[in-house]
Design a protein around this ligand. Structure first.
Ligand code: DX5
Ligand code: ZN
Length: 228
């Protein structure tokens, strides 16, 4: 069986004046929707909070992933889960008690993940691999869509997979930032399970066609790549 690579469109570069249309355009090609939550402190940008997540929850039945780029995480995770988040990732370095937060996210009914910024050494994730469901390998500096993927970071995907295997566990690895048709094969060939694609879909003049193209490329790439 070919390995199915999941597509998670990030709405950061979508037309926020018509999120319904934007999400419906990508829905049938997607496995989940990636929501970038920024507080203007952890990253130099502000996006949206639980109120908007709750509104998006009404638009689609796809799982919603909140990628939290915020501080004060223990105060906020429950609000995001109540708003409809199915998966929550947060950044190592934004939190004092990462293990406690991972356990809280799971206890309140969501799937926990950790995100690693390019400036954070990848080994800092090691001790959490047995207790998270997924790891977000960021290939851009968190804060903005539309940046170029940093190619040197990509080898983190296979490194995390190997480390998890050596610890007797498996973890889903998601690549976030700078993914586009030109580098998709390279991203998938690292063993990536989920790709986040933002501007390459939502800054396109035909959002649906862009999502369809990425979905087809993922299916093609998966059929020629080994089971990881
Ligand atoms: C950056 C975000 C990413 C980003 C993806 O902080 O976490 O999800 O918006 O968008 P593109 O694909 O445009 O890099
Ligand atoms: Zn993101």
């Amino acid at each position: 069986m070919p390995r199915a690579v999941k597509l998670a469109p990030s709405i950061l570069n979508a037309d926020f004046s018509n999120l319904y249309r934007e999400i419906k355009a990508v829905e049938k090609y997607s496995d989940l929707i990636h929501l970038d939550i920024m507080d203007g402190h952890y990253v130099p940008n502000i996006t949206f909070g639980p109120i908007v997540v709750k509104a998006i929850r009404k638009i689609t039945d796809l799982p919603l992933e909140c990628h939290l780029m915020i501080y004060n995480l223990p105060e906020w995770v429950e609000e995001f889960v109540e708003a409809g988040a199915d998966r929550i990732s947060f950044h190592l370095g934004a939190c004092r008690d990462c293990e406690g937060l991972i356990r809280t996210i799971r206890a309140i009914g969501a799937s926990p993940g950790i995100a690693i910024s390019p400036v954070v050494p990848v080994f800092e994730a090691d001790c959490y691999l047995p207790i998270v469901d997924f790891v977000v390998v960021m290939c851009v500096y968190p804060g903005f869509g539309g940046q170029e993927l940093i190619p040197e970071v990509l080898e983190r995907v296979s490194a995390i997979k190997r480390k998890a295997a050596s610890l007797g566990t498996r973890v889903e690895v998601e690549v976030d930032g700078g993914v586009k048709t030109e580098n998709l094969r390279q991203v998938v060939s690292e063993g990536t399970d989920t790709v986040v694609v933002g501007s390459s879909i939502f800054s396109s003049s035909d959002v649906e066609a862009a999502a369809k193209k990425i979905r087809e490329m993922l299916n093609d790439a998966a059929s020629c790549s080994p089971e990881v």
